[in-house]
Design a protein around this ligand. Structure first.
Ligand SMILES: O=C(O)CCC(=O)C(=O)O
Ligand SMILES: [Fe+2]
Length: 221
């Protein structure tokens, strides 16, 4: 399941990020993926002070964002890194690493991109995610983010004009299984609908989905 998170960064956080971005000293993105033959971008070293400040702003914004809690049930979040794609740069089809060598090591369940500049600033640079035979492409407004399963094959298509800037991170969830996470998301939606007296037809279909899918999960065959 993929979730777009509009306006993760407030206007003042976005302004702070805009002032910090020119101070980031980018290096070759392959520093963290030396064996990759498809990664062709620029990436801030972890120790870069402007990267660290942007990372902190992005993390705090993600942690306080209610949909991140509902959708991801986050247990831990990996390092956050600012990436930069100039014309000709791209990150070809790949799957993200399963484990990050943090202390303690963490498993990536969800990948996250926080878009840091306007889609009008560049051509190309879509984040495209494969779901079966379908491809879904995203190019979000500055300050908005996307969460998607780290199990998916995805890419950043070549930038053909301008510069694409984003902050990327990964989350480990308390609930490893994405089908189980999906049921918790539906329970939360049903709870919120019941509390607000919202659309009864939607509440009905959510409850049907929960009953049917829990039965499917628990039925002995
Ligand atoms: O820049 C992005 O939106 C995601 C890049 C990516 O797939 C990665 O760094 O693993
Ligand atoms: Fe990736």
């Amino acid at each position: 399941m993929i979730r777009v998170l509009p306006n993760v960064l407030t206007a003042s956080e976005l302004q702070a990020v805009r002032e910090l971005l020119p101070q980031v000293r980018f290096g070759d993105g392959r520093i963290t993926n030396p064996d990759s033959s498809v990664k062709q971008n620029l990436q801030a070293p972890q120790e870069d002070p402007a990267n660290a400040r942007i990372a902190q702003i992005a993390r705090e914004a993600l942690v306080r964002y209610a949909d991140v809690r509902t959708f991801a049930h986050p247990r831990s979040m990996a390092r956050t890194t600012v990436v930069r794609y100039e014309p000709g740069m791209n990150y070809g089809w790949h799957v993200d690493e399963a484990m990050f060598p943090s202390t303690p090591p963490m498993r990536s369940d969800l990948s996250c991109t926080v878009f840091l500049n306007s889609p009008a600033d560049y051509d190309g640079g879509e984040l495209t995610i494969q779901l079966g035979a379908q491809e879904l492409s995203y190019k979000l407004e500055a300050g908005s983010a996307i969460l998607y399963p780290s199990t998916t094959i995805h890419r950043v298509s070549p930038v053909t004009r301008g510069v694409r800037l984003a902050a990327i991170t990964w989350l480990q969830s308390w609930v490893a299984d994405s089908n189980q996470r999906e049921l918790l998301v539906q329970i939360e939606e049903a709870r919120a609908l019941a509390a607000s007296g919202g659309d009864p037809a939607r509440l009905q279909v959510l409850l049907e989905s929960l009953r049917t899918n829990l039965f499917r999960m628990w039925a002995d065959t």
